[in-house]
Design a protein around this ligand. Structure first.
Ligand code: AQP
Length: 332
């Protein structure tokens, strides 16, 4: 049976955090047996915000090692650095000519990301077209998305349908895939904001490579709400509820079950156990990562295989697109 293709990616715009793990990588790991899987390190997206070149370079390889350490098996999944496949940029240009300025200016992520910026670069505005190119290039069937990315996926579908209607069937129309247990993890310091790897306040984030004593410190210092009972109430106790969500996602236990276990106990008991749970999850990942990151040749081989696979797939799509829009085929 032909497997459906699933595609997802993360921007190397900071160190991977537990939000990325629980909201994305853990889901990918569980899906890789059932789908033809493509997991991207989307470095081209990350330069829509300021990056230090040396950091970006080392972070890309570090992401590949962290994907594998988290359970992404290179024998089952394809791991690709976006900029290694030039067809992403090529397709983006073509799709730009089939996307309206009005559509882009309605994107809520653009509105929020550009709110406090003085000089807004065009990349931040056209980012959703690059995302559409990422997806359509590989003819992905399913794209796991968090609620914040749903609007971008809808735009991707609109662009693909527009192109297909104008030139005949070219792109597969991707469906969003909303993971069942994909919790949205919030900042440890501002629990109404999403935990983001690029947050400058490192106390807001648990990074996948944080040492145990750092994890403990960050959880102890995390903002909780007044009162002392461990109860799940997203509206009145967003800080505590966020910690319960992390606990739930790591232990696969329900909020009721967790509340019952901590009846009559203090926040500090709960925070101490949560720290243990996070440390138990992250320790084997860190151990594997420390081994992988020293094996650069191995990581480069995985990337070479990923690029070979990706290049072939994306070249098929871009040739088809160029032919349909009337470009003269290149003589080889
Ligand atoms: N806090 C989160 N909870 C659950 N899932 C999350 N994801 C990100 N943060 C959380 C998921 O991780 C993937 C990575 O997305 P991305 O790197 O392309 O961009 P993002 O969503 O903007 O992630 P960050 O960490 O917040 O990046 P920065 O700080 O650079 O903006 C997506 O699948 C996302 O749903």
């Amino acid at each position: 049976m032909i497997k459906k293709t699933i595609l997802s990616g993360i921007q190397p715009s900071g160190n991977l955090c537990i939000g990325n793990y629980l909201g994305a990588i853990k889901q990918w790991e569980q899906m890789q047996d059932d789908y033809e899987s493509i997991f991207l390190v989307v470095d081209m997206h990350s330069i829509t915000t300021k990056q230090l070149p040396a950091d970006l370079r080392s972070r890309c390889l570090s992401f590949v090692a962290q994907y594998i350490a988290c359970g992404i098996d290179p024998n089952k999944s394809n791991i690709i650095i976006q900029s290694h496949i030039p067809q992403h940029a090529e397709l983006m240009w073509v799709l730009s000519c089939f996307t309206y300025q009005g559509e882009l200016s309605r994107m809520t992520q653009y509105k929020s990301k550009s709110k406090n910026l003085k000089n807004i670069n065009a990349g931040l505005f056209t980012y959703p077209i690059l995302m559409a190119a990422d997806i359509l290039l590989y003819q992905a069937d399913l794209v796991p998305v968090g609620s914040d990315q749903k609007q971008h996926l809808e735009l991707c579908r609109d662009i693909a349908l527009r192109f297909n209607n104008k030139f005949s069937e070219t792109f597969k129309i991707p469906e969003p895939f909303i993971p069942k247990n994909g919790a949205r993890i919030m900042s440890l310091q501002n629990p109404t904001d999403k935990m983001s790897k690029s947050d400058v306040n490192l106390n807001s984030i648990i990074s996948l490579l944080d040492e145990p004593n750092i994890v403990r410190k960050k959880i102890n210092r995390s903002v909780t709400d007044s009162g002392s009972k461990v109860v799940y109430n997203q509206k009145d106790k967003p800080g505590l509820s966020n910690l319960i969500n992390i606990y739930k996602s790591l232990s696969n236990e329900s909020a009721d079950y967790i509340e019952n276990r901590y009846k009559g106990k203090m926040y500090s008991d709960f925070k101490s156990d949560l720290s243990d749970l996070i440390i138990d999850t992250l320790s084997p990942i860190k151990l594997e990562y420390d081994y992988l990151i020293k094996n650069k040749d191995y990581l480069l081989k995985i990337l070479k295989d990923g690029t070979d696979y990706g290049y072939k797939k994306s070249q098929n799509t871009i040739s088809k697109v160029y032919r349909k829009i009337g470009f003269v085929p290149r003589v080889r």
